[in-house]
Design a protein around this ligand. Structure first.
Ligand code: AHR
Length: 505
């Protein structure tokens, strides 16, 4: 057992917790939409064909906002294909994933689903094969109240009220050579600026996301953000970031340190955005929309590819997650929360079946993957403000990131409820961490509830047959004594400890 410490103080505030940190992503990809959220004929399907078992799990997951409809898919998408009588909708090729898109689900269906799931919609427009006019048309259909061709078409299609979407993504991963309609930073920056200007003219109060880099490993990383923001600074609110992590070559130590990479990614984009702001002498601060992040075993996908069969809703990247993956997801949420001053939106990619916390079997059950648990618990417990926690621990050597702290942690403080929640990861694959947390300045606190995931087999998984093989348990060692919280964090584990006023006080 080695020791580690945190010091919490109610005055050390990073920023308020943003509900949009707990976003997700539904792309027309694989089985995310078809046989994921939507499966008419399923025993739990409602009148609109949405799986009620999946809707229940989405609400339990605590998702706040959902990005839709892509992803790489959006860069060849004609939004109007997904409107009107379903039987009249065209079947199209989806170049991104080599599938056939039936368009049985479009914006009207998705908006109905989002209302049932109680999530905000974040809508991506196609800036790959399309441009300003089509983005304006989509916006008119989605948000214009009435009295125009496209708003009245929406009304005729059954949605009297506009959908009131605030968040629009200006394309997807336009820096990636794989993207349909891939562009240089200059080409994209100009198009994004003009699309944004037109959308703002159509409606005030929108929040617009310019595409940043599709990974911090892109050769254009940094230069892309700089040039795109030079061209769009006054027109956009957020710049996107995407990151996927996986364990490669059996290197668990580096994998568990994925949060170090995410921290560095965020800090680099913030520095780049602020440098552009300084050059432009602008007081405005651009924030980050980390609108794709997760564990994704991308190396497996690269060897398989999307295939050539052009079928409908074929299974794609249905990664099965283990305990170590869940610990990493918990750590990535810690990184996102820690940056709540500059990360305004974050979407775990994706929601169902496609690298997802929720899995379904067509005609069968839905179940929670291991990564479901840290997301659901963090979303439920993170309230109030995020605190700077001043962690201290030993380090360990990693191949990818050098010396890395064994402990990763953050905490939130809900002054009104008198509650503090500590979120922590022990990255050691061998030793438990004896964590001690100073709580001066909060008054009397006691442990209200605690959760730990890990400490056993890091490669254990949940399956259709054993959906609850991996579940969080209570962290029995967590206790508060004389203003100090102590807890033993087992190796390769994520935990959350909620503290509140003693029941007798
Ligand atoms: O989430 C899967 C894919 O990853 C998305 O379509 C794309 O934007 C990213 O490369």
């Amino acid at each position: 057992m080695t020791s580690a410490s945190l010091h919490l103080d109610p005055a050390f505030v990073v920023a308020p917790v943003r509900r949009r940190t707990f976003g997700s992503f539904v792309e027309h990809m694989g089985r995310c939409v078809y046989t994921g959220i939507y499966e008419p004929g399923h025993t739990t399907a409602d009148v609109d064909g949405f799986r009620a078992d999946v809707l229940d799990l989405v609400r339990e997951l605590g998702v706040s906002v959902v990005r839709y409809p892509g992803g790489n898919f959006v860069s060849g998408y004609r939004w109007e294909d997904g409107t009107g009588p379903v039987g009249d909708r065209p079947v199209r090729r989806d170049l991104a994933w080599h599938t056939l898109e039936t368009n049985a689900v479009g914006i009207d269906e998705f908006a109905r689903w989002a209302a049932k799931a109680e999530v905000e919609i974040m809508y991506s427009v196609n800036l790959g094969t399309r441009g300003v006019q089509e983005a304006l048309d989509a916006h008119e259909y989605i948000n214009h109240p009435r009295g125009t061709a496209l708003s009245d078409l929406r009304r005729a299609n059954g949605a009297e009220e506009p959908y009131g979407v605030r968040l629009f993504c200006l394309g997807n991963e336009m820096d990636g050579p794989w993207q349909t309609g891939h562009k240089t930073a200059h080409e994209y920056g100009r198009l994004a600026a003009e699309t944004a200007r037109a959308l703002r003219t159509a409606e005030s109060g929108l929040e617009l996301v310019a595409c940043g880099s599709s990974s911090s490993a892109m050769p254009t990383f940094g230069a892309w953000e700089s040039e795109v923001l030079e061209l769009t600074y006054d027109q956009v609110d957020h710049i996107s970031a995407h990151a996927y992590y996986e364990q490669t070559d059996g290197d668990l130590g580096s994998f568990l340190a994925s949060g170090v990479n995410m921290d560095h990614f965020i800090d680099s984009v913030v520095a780049t955005a602020d440098a552009v702001g300084a050059r432009l002498k602008s007081p405005k601060r651009i924030t980050i929309s980390f609108d794709e992040w997760n564990v994704w075993y991308q190396s497996r996908f690269e060897s398989q590819g999307p295939g050539e069969d052009w079928s409908v809703a074929k299974p794609l990247i249905e990664d099965q997650y283990n305990v170590a993956d869940a610990v990493v997801v918990g750590g990535l949420l810690i990184s996102l929360l820690r940056h709540s001053d500059r990360v305004a939106v974050a979407c775990q990619a994706q929601l169902v079946n496609v690298i997802a916390p929720i899995m379904t079997e067509p005609g069968g059950p839905a179940w929670r993957q291991t990564i479901f648990h840290p997301f659901a618990i963090t979303s439920r417990l993170a309230h109030g403000v995020v605190l700077r926690v001043e962690p201290r621990s030993g380090t360990y050597a990693t191949t990818r990131y050098g010396e890395v702290p064994l402990l990763d942690a953050t905490a939130t403080y809900d002054e009104q409820a008198g509650e503090v929640t500590v979120f922590a990861v022990n990255r050691s694959s061998e030793d438990a961490l004896e964590l001690s947390t100073g709580l001066s300045g909060f008054g009397d606190l006691e442990v209200v509830e605690s959760f730990v995931l890990g400490g056993g087999d890091p490669y254990a998984v949940n399956t259709r047959e054993q959906p609850d093989a991996v579940l969080p348990t209570s962290l029995a060692s967590a206790r508060v004594l004389d203003g100090t919280l102590t807890a033993d964090l087992p190796p390769v584990s994520w935990c959350a400890i909620r503290l509140g006023r003693p029941s007798s006080s």
